[in-house]
Design a protein around this ligand. Structure first.
Ligand code: ATP
Ligand code: MN
Length: 364
């Protein structure tokens, strides 16, 4: 919609995070012009699939029915991740079991689904709207929330979670606002993305640095592993500001940290800008953007889970993929106290905070 296509004449090398279903690149970073290849010779290269592991026939010795939460699971024995050997029915079972812990994080929030119906090694779809297919039990939100699109979705029950898993959903990503007050985010996220060459200790250090900046500002923050490579820092808000100001504030924090520690932190996206550094990504805080939910599974080898942790647990963390669907559930069941104890929506972004960050509030 609204895209103007042109005939390609130049050829350049870019690094991309991903390809969309429609063959468009995501998060492209320009690397170089390639003058030795004519544009007409450029084709999309396809990876050759590696030989999949044979499917397990008797999962963990237990007999499994293909019903979860009263819903029929099709292809229950389909292995959706060849590293862990986890089957589709086990993923659906995880979402049923984790429902009491994940639902509070999904409540009232527009949700986007990362679906990998044939398994995480096959094609994936990132679905933000209730188009393309109808997921039974998933709530459709008022279409006026996102004009020009099909309705946004909300998952508000164990059944809709299982139903999403039945439709091949692996990951659940939520907005930073609830649908009742969609224009004023009730949190912002700082997503810490390391240069892959850095040791895990650098991630712990960057997380600590971010927390101390937030402490200095007087903002309470909460941590979770991304289930991928880094950490997500969540700052709850009182919903007094709109998207642009909230995002500008998150950006001001990232820029402030970059000025303080230019060797270790960057506020600029792209692998080239991040060499030896950690990117403090504030871009999740735009209207329509989303971040993987706490307790969501990740579509990565081993099916790690994004897990909320207490600040006191940070130093003992081994990596961002410390928990999988079995250990995350076990941890949730055995947790004495909520790792996010004290989470509240009373915090406001104040004039003093902008000043402390040496930043200008937009429009002032
Ligand atoms: P890591 O720790 O590995 O950085 P992450 O969750 O922080 O994990 P990504 O998995 O790269 O980072 O997700 C980036 C964000 O981009 C997601 O939260 C989601 O909102 C968005 N996203 C992911 N996949 C797609 C997609 N196919 N199309 C559009 N947006 C996507
Ligand atoms: Mn990240």
């Amino acid at each position: 919609r609204g895209v103007h296509w042109v005939e390609p004449t130049e050829v350049c090398e870019v690094e991309v995070a991903d390809w969309t279903r429609d063959g468009v690149v995501r998060q492209a970073v320009f690397l170089d012009l390639q003058n030795d290849i004519p544009a007409s010779k450029v084709v999309r290269q396809q990876p050759v699939p590696i030989k999949p592991l044979p499917a397990k026939t008797t999962p963990r010795g237990k007999a499994r029915s293909a019903q979860v939460s009263g819903l029929e699971i099709s292809h229950p024995e389909r292995v959706i991740d060849s590293v862990s050997g986890v089957q589709k029915v086990e993923l659906a079972q995880y979402y049923e079991d984790i429902a009491p812990w994940i639902l509070p994080h999904l409540k009232q929030r527009p949700v986007a689904l990362l679906r990998a119906p044939e398994g995480i090694g096959e094609e994936q779809f990132f679905q933000k709207h209730a188009d393309r297919l109808d997921i039974p039990h998933i709530k459709q939100l008022d279409p006026r929330l996102d004009p020009g699109h099909a309705a946004l979705m909300e998952i508000d029950s164990g059944q809709s979670l299982v139903s999403a898993a039945q439709m091949g959903t692996v990951e659940l990503h939520t907005w930073a606002a609830t649908h009742d007050r969609i224009e004023t985010p009730d949190l912002f996220v700082l997503d810490l993305d390391p240069d892959p060459s850095l040791p895990w200790s650098a991630m712990i250090e960057a997380t600590r640095l971010t927390l101390s900046v937030l402490d200095e500002l007087g903002l309470q923050a909460f941590l979770k592993t991304s289930g991928g490579k880094g950490m997500h820092i969540i700052v709850p808000l009182a919903r007094s500001e709109g998207w642009d100001i909230t995002k500008a504030f998150a950006k001001a924090i990232s820029l402030f940290m970059t000025r303080q520690m230019p060797q270790r932190i960057t506020a600029t996206m792209g692998p080239k800008n991040r060499v030896g550094k950690i990117f403090v990504d504030y871009l999740r805080n735009a209207r329509g953007a989303s971040t993987v939910s706490a307790y969501s599974v990740r579509a990565r080898p081993g099916l790690p889970v994004s897990v909320p942790i207490a600040r006191a647990e940070l130093d003992g963390l081994r990596n961002a993929q410390q928990w999988d669907i079995y250990t995350a559930l076990e941890r949730a069941r055995n947790l004495g106290a909520d790792p996010w104890e004290g989470y509240n929506h009373r915090q406001r972004i104040t004039a003093r905070m902008w000043e402390q960050l040496d930043a200008q509030k937009p429009g002032e």
